[in-house]
Design a protein around this ligand. Structure first.
Ligand code: PBG
Length: 327
């Protein structure tokens, strides 16, 4: 042995065998970290494939409950619901209807699986005929007029039995307004998972097909965040925490791992990250072309989101990844 070899510091010793690697692994992934997004629409016995998201479906309430049961059996504690209403209008009024599609879905899941954590996305874009996340006044999405409608939607989901409402609209002040409305109706235990930091992202493309929620004119740059901004993310996090959010979220996840890491440092509440539709679709498309090992890419994405600092991950991979993890 040369003198030079004897002084080499050898990190590879800790990578030598699977058991050693298991022992020194810094980040672990669990099915308990996952929140599975599900799409629900009117009808019976429906499980319609979403073409841009292979392996994902639009369910009717009955098949949705079955799917939620399978997720629960795999150890996944939570789902977030997105609704495709029977009708759309200018104000998105089907979003707060007592017999609305998400209201029906929440009570059906709670009936069958009372312990499952049910989260409901609060936003108007799936319910408005123009596809924007709020009401239009003088050609613009009006902040304050929208707040009142979001509060109605949130209270309606609380009445149906949701555990958390998850506002994704990016109107200013909505967490405070929703908290106040929930409290006024005595829904003190209904929590708020706020999409505090939501960027104006191309990676939502497949979702907009799945939820039929693309804006019919313009874009969402007037309310969602500029991808170039990081300090603004800290401001958005602070505002939503002050307004009473119980969990805050960064969205999308993979192109914003730096944001997840920075927000983790300032947040005293659990931090979620949304591994969005485009991130899922990219892996699936490359896998279907034989260009990538889809399973490895999926697990690497998920562990990187966790490593960056997220406590919870909203991901379309939840069910598939659960098959590779211990409960
Ligand atoms: C509703 C909403 C969107 C997503 C979640 N809630 C779409 C959007 O803002 O256009 C995107 C989720 C995904 O891409 O997986 N506002």
């Amino acid at each position: 042995m040369t003198e030079n070899e004897s002084i080499i510091i050898r990190p590879r010793r800790l990578r030598r065998t699977p058991a050693i690697r298991d022992m020194v692994r810094e980040t672990t992934l669990s099915v308990k970290d996952f929140i599975a997004p599900l799409f629900v629409k009117p009808g019976k016995g429906k499980k319609d494939p979403i073409s841009s998201m292979p392996g994902q479906y639009q369910f009717s309430v009955d098949t949705l409950v079955k799917e939620a049961g399978e997720l629960w059996e795999l150890g996944i504690p939570s789902v977030i619901l997105f609704g495709l209403p029977d009708q759309k209008d200018a104000t998105g009024s089907r979003s707060w209807a007592e017999d609305g599609i998400v209201q029906q879905a929440v009570s059906a899941i709670k009936d069958r699986l009372p312990e499952m954590v049910v989260i409901t996305d609060v936003c108007l874009c799936e319910y408005t005929d123009h596809g924007h996340c709020g009401v239009i006044v003088n050609g613009e999405v009006d902040n304050n007029a929208t707040l009142e409608l979001l509060a109605r939607q949130a209270v309606s989901y609380a009445r149906a039995g949701t555990d958390f409402v998850a506002p994704s609209d990016m109107m200013d002040g909505r967490v405070a307004v929703i908290r106040k409305a929930l409290d006024a109706e005595k829904y003190f235990n209904t929590g708020i998972l706020s999409y505090a930091i939501k960027y104006d992202s191309a990676f939502y493309g497949p979702f907009r097909e799945a939820a039929d929620s693309a804006p019919q004119f313009g874009d969402r740059a007037g309310y969602q965040m500029d991808p170039a901004n990081a300090i603004e993310a800290l401001k958005e996090a602070e505002l939503d925490l002050e307004e009473g959010a119980d969990i805050i979220m960064v969205k999308p996840a993979i192109p914003y791992l730096d944001i997840i890491a920075r927000v983790r440092e300032v947040s005293l509440v659990p931090l979620a990250a949304y591994n969005v539709s485009g991130e899922y679709a990219m892996v699936k498309a490359a896998e279907m072309n034989g260009w990538i090992d889809g399973k490895r890419a999926m697990m690497e994405m998920l562990i990187s989101i966790k490593r960056a600092g997220a406590d919870l991950i909203l991901t379309y991979f939840a069910k598939e990844a659960a098959g590779h993890l211990n409960p």
